[in-house]
Each structure stands twice: as structure tokens, then as C-alpha cells.
Design a protein around this ligand. Structure first.
Ligand code: USQ
Length: 402
């Protein structure tokens, strides 16, 4: 297997204590460092992913067009957490490593092409998209121009650019568990369906919104182009991401964004934001829908583990081969929405909820079973961290609900 991109030799110091004697051992190790292009770097996932990559020694270029920020403000809301401007974030990022950012409109093929050619990434983590299912269901403009056209054009531009590159980067595409819909069968680890014992076909797509359909089309285009042109790609299907805590929280002077509004706030994040201001948590329908949820930390770990080969003796099972698209789920555990509300009420006893008529057309009740086992999670600890992190921004959240 052809491996690394950049070799760096580092000296490691280990300490042993024997009979009270302290020994220092200097060890030579090789680190495999990469150049990573993060699209959507200034978003909820993009910023903590950028930080983690820099901390691990990778070089990062971030691109963004501020779509999320603009759409949230057009929805009369804003991030509950303060977001530093690009220059301030860059200054902070540069304390950790080599980081550059550019304002790039990914639907503009020429600009995107120039940016990628000049940076020559080894990996592209593609997070930039209109990410909201309810936003995509407002009208024909939100469904098509802002969601499907924007998301699909950006991804197809990336694929054609990659096709023409001599040294082809690996594409890591942020997709969604929503492409499965609410299936009755258990979801396989690699998202593929057996054909005569061979895992070959993606399991049927049953997306439940124009947004989720945009991800379905993106996936199909990636699978097709990967096979046709011998590209390397990983389709990364994440559950509903929640929380504000990551392993880098102590280090981060600059917080990531946190949306809580009807369109861009996702379930558990909204519930905690509502509890912070004494607003009843809005449980849609009976609250018996089950979804895959993933903590912010797990999601970043999963994304970065595709790139990071340093802890795996270079045998990272996440490395895709040419022409063979790889599918990965990113989930901590599956929960019914009512269970999440109960968990919030355990942490914040004064929190209340109300059932409201479901504005979405979805199964009232479903089980969701993943073939991979759930990861250890202290849900109450996550909720309680999130609650304390949001308390200072109470007024901003209250303003939205007024
Ligand atoms: N829900 C409520 N109350 C609320 C908000 C949502 O009960 O106030 C319910 C919804 O009815 C739904 C569930 O919570 O059954 C999840 O809704 P959501 O808004 O948290 O998440 P969703 O629309 O599915 O989309 C989010 C992200 C999207 C990502 C997706 C992963 O916006 O970018 O792709 O989660 S997944 O859901 O696994 O497809």
C-alpha cells in the first residue's frame, strides 16, 4: 500500500519509574502529516475539525462562503455562541499550526479549481452545504436554488476538479444518516447491501426532505465518479450532531457556532437552548421518532480518524482504495426524541416540554438499529456541559423566542 504524504521525524520522550529511578527514553518516530482542505471551515463542525487537524500537525486550508451565517440571520436568528471574525480565528489557528482561509464560492468552478490547484491537498473534507431539512422544505427557492443546486453543484465541481488532478486528493464527504430514511432493517456498518454475499450496493435511499435528497444525489455522483475515474472517496454519514464539548474545549479561545432556531437548530441542541431560557421543549408529535445521534467530539474523531494514520501503525482501516467508494456511519447511539427530553429534565429539573403538532411528515414511531454497537456516552454530562456553556448567552436565545 502506498502511504504517506509528508514524513516528519520527531523525538519522543517517554518516562519510566523503576525503584524510584526516573529514566528518559528518546524514541524516533515518523509522523504522517497531510494537507487538508476543509470546505465549510467556519461552521459548527468545520471550526472544531480545523482545530483538531492543526493540533495533530496537519496543514489546513479552510474555504467558506458564509452561507449558513447568512441563512440563519435571514431566519431572524443568530448563533448563540459568539463567533470570532475570520482574522481573529486565523490568528488563533496559526498558534497551533499552518492555517490559511479563503472566501470561495464552491459553485464557481473556476475559483474552486484555482484554490484547489494552488493548495494541492492530500484530503478534502467537504462539509460546506445548506444543511437544514426544514429550511429545504419552505418553498421552491429554498428547496432547489439554495439546497439542491448549491449542494449538488459544489460536490460535482469538486469531483471534476479531482478528476483532472495529477496527485488526486481523497474526498471525505459529509453526508447524513437521513439518506436511510426511517428503515425497518438494521443499518450495516459500511452502509452497503449484500449481493450474493458480496457487499456491493448502497442500501436503498429513502430520504425524507429535499435536503436529504440533495445528499442522496451527491452520494450517487460520488460513487459513480469514484468508480469511473478511479478516485478515492469516503462517504461519511453522520447522525444528528449535538453538544459543544470537545477534547479541545479547554484549548479553544474561539468557540464554534451554535444554532437553536427552528431551521438550523437540531433536536437535542434546541431542547437544551429552550431549557436554558425556561421555554418548553418542543417535542414534535408523540416524540417516538428514533434517530442516530452523535456527539460533536465523536463526529470530529470519526472524521479525523480517516486522515490520521499516526496511531494505527499505518494500517488505518479507514483508508479508501482507488475506485472503491467507502461508506462510514458516524453515530454515538440511537435515541427516541422523548428519551432526550427526559434526559434534559433529569439534568435541569425545572425544564418542561410540550408536544406540538409535527411540522414534518415522518413516521410517528420507528426503531433504528445500527449494526455497530453504541459508544459509551454520559448523556447527562454532555447536557449539563451544554447547559452551562449556553447560560452566558441566555439573552440572545431569549431574543429569538420573543
Ligand atoms: N424534532 C423535534 N423537535 C424539534 C426539532 C426536531 O421533535 O424542536 C425532531 C424531528 O421531528 C425529527 C428529529 O427531531 O424527528 C430530528 O430533527 P433535527 O432537526 O434534529 O434533524 P434533521 O432534520 O434530521 O437534520 C439534522 C441536520 C442535518 C443532518 C441530520 C442528520 O440538520 O444536517 O444531516 O441531522 S440525520 O437526522 O441523521 O439525517
Amino acid at each position: 500500500m502506498v502511504l504517506p504524504v509528508v514524513h516528519v521525524t520527531q523525538k519522543l520522550t517517554s518516562q519510566y519509574f523503576a525503584n524510584g529511578v526516573r529514566k528518559v527514553v528518546i524514541k524516533e518516530v515518523k509522523l504522517y502529516l497531510s494537507k487538508v482542505l476543509v470546505t465549510g471551515w467556519s461552521g459548527y463542525l468545520g471550526w472544531p475539525t480545523t482545530i483538531r487537524l492543526l493540533k495533530l500537525g496537519h496543514e489546513v486550508m479552510g474555504i467558506d462562503n458564509n452561507l449558513r451565517e447568512n441563512l440563519v440571520s435571514m431566519s431572524s436568528s443568530e448563533s448563540a455562541t459568539p463567533i470570532d471574525d475570520e482574522k481573529t480565528r486565523k490568528k488563533f489557528a496559526n498558534k497551533l499550526g499552518k492555517f490559511e482561509y479563503r472566501r470561495v464560492e464552491m459553485t464557481n468552478y473556476y475559483d474552486l479549481h484555482q484554490t484547489i490547484e494552488s493548495f494541492e491537498p492530500d484530503y478534502i473534507i467537504h462539509l460546506a452545504a445548506q444543511p437544514s431539512a426544514p429550511y429545504s422544505m419552505i418553498n421552491n427557492f429554498s428547496a432547489y436554488s439554495v439546497t439542491q443546486e448549491n449542494n449538488n453543484r459544489s460536490t460535482i465541481n469538486l469531483l471534476w476538479i479531482m478528476k483532472g488532478m495529477k496527485k488526486k486528493p481523497v474526498l471525505i464527504f459529509a453526508s447524513t444518516m437521513g439518506v436511510y430514511g426511517q428503515p425497518e432493517y438494521s443499518i450495516p456498518f459500511d452502509g452497503m447491501m449484500a449481493n450474493n454475499g458480496k457487499l456491493e450496493y448502497p442500501i436503498p435511499y429513502m430520504a425524507g426532505s429535499f435536503y436529504h435528497i440533495s445528499k442522496t444525489v451527491d452520494e450517487q455522483n460520488i460513487i459513480f465518479a469514484t468508480k469511473q475515474w478511479g478516485l478515492k472517496s469516503v462517504i461519511f454519514r453522520q447522525g444528528v450532531v449535538f453538544g459543544l464539548w470537545t477534547n479541545d474545549t479547554e484549548l479553544m479561545e474561539s468557540m464554534t457556532r451554535f444554532d437553536f432556531d427552528t431551521y438550523f437548530g437540531t433536536a437535542l441542541n434546541r431542547f437544551v437552548a429552550q431549557a436554558v431560557i425556561g421555554q418548553k421543549m418542543t417535542l414534535y408529535g408523540k416524540g417516538k421518532q428514533t434517530r442516530g445521534f452523535v456527539t460533536l467530539e465523536h463526529c470530529i474523531q470519526d472524521l479525523v480518524s480517516i486522515i490520521d494514520r499516526n496511531n494505527m501503525q499505518n494500517l488505518n482501516p479507514n483508508q479508501p482504495e482507488e475506485g472503491k467508494p467507502m461508506i462510514r456511519n458516524s453515530v454515538t447511539d440511537c435515541f427516541g426524541l422523548d428519551k432526550l427530553v427526559e434526559a434534559v429534565m433529569k439534568v435541569i429539573p425545572e425544564a418542561e416540554f410540550t408536544h406540538i403538532e409535527n411540522p414534518r411528515k415522518e413516521k410517528e414511531e420507528n426503531d433504528l438499529v445500527m449494526e455497530e454497537s453504541p459508544r459509551p456516552l454520559d448523556l447527562q454530562k454532555e447536557i449539563s456541559y451544554l447547559y452551562s456553556a449556553l447560560v452566558p448567552f441566555r439573552e440572545k436565545i431569549r431574543k429569538y423566542y420573543r
